[in-house]
Ligand binder design. Structure first.
Ligand SMILES: [Zn+2]
Length: 172
């Protein structure tokens, strides 16, 4: 199912990325994130015990609740290649921690790279990275939701694309 819609190709943002193989309509499911659920406790343990696996975790996990992460260890899983953009064309929809989907935020043209804003699912005070998305509104650094400018927080709020654990934390 995934393969007819998207594929991994060389990306200008970061080495490899996920690209549309055909036009994708706004609201369409692009992919389902795969992996196992890890608790924050388990992650903290890993950090002190196994640096190597922890680095992989840091790169390929997705926060899906306040203290839960979806981690796909199979590095070649296509969902591990979706790059961040400060001006994304998709977003993460968390129906439940095991049912997590990437949805088109607008119409996506064939051959466009698929991106989402990593900050919209981050509430863990740990991870930052330089941003190379090259969009006109690039924030230069990827940090968690709480550091986003209010204007951008509100933009995502209005689009109604923020996960519940972010809404509960920041929009009470
Ligand atoms: Zn950027």
């Amino acid at each position: 199912m995934k393969e007819e819609k998207i594929e991994v190709r060389k990306s200008k943002i970061d080495n490899l990325g996920v690209f549309a193989k055909r036009n994708i309509k706004k609201g369409e499911v692009i992919l389902k994130f795969e992996g196992e659920i890890w608790s924050r406790k388990k992650v903290d343990k890993l950090e002190s015990k196994n640096k190597e696996l922890f680095e992989i975790f840091d790169k390929y996990s997705l926060q899906v609740d306040k203290d839960l992460f979806l981690f796909s260890k199979k590095i070649d899983d296509i969902d591990n290649f979706v790059n961040h953009s400060c001006n994304p064309n998709s977003y993460v929809y968390i129906k439940s921690p095991k049912e997590v989907f990437l949805i088109a935020l607008r119409n996506v043209k064939k051959n466009e790279e698929i991106t989402f804003d990593y900050s919209t699912t981050m509430y863990n005070d740990r991870w930052t990275s330089k941003c190379k998305c090259k969009s006109k509104i690039c924030r230069k650094v990827i940090r968690e939701f709480k550091y986003l400018p209010t204007k951008i927080k509100n933009k995502y709020y209005k689009k109604n694309i923020l996960p519940k654990f972010i809404l509960e934390q920041f929009f009470n």
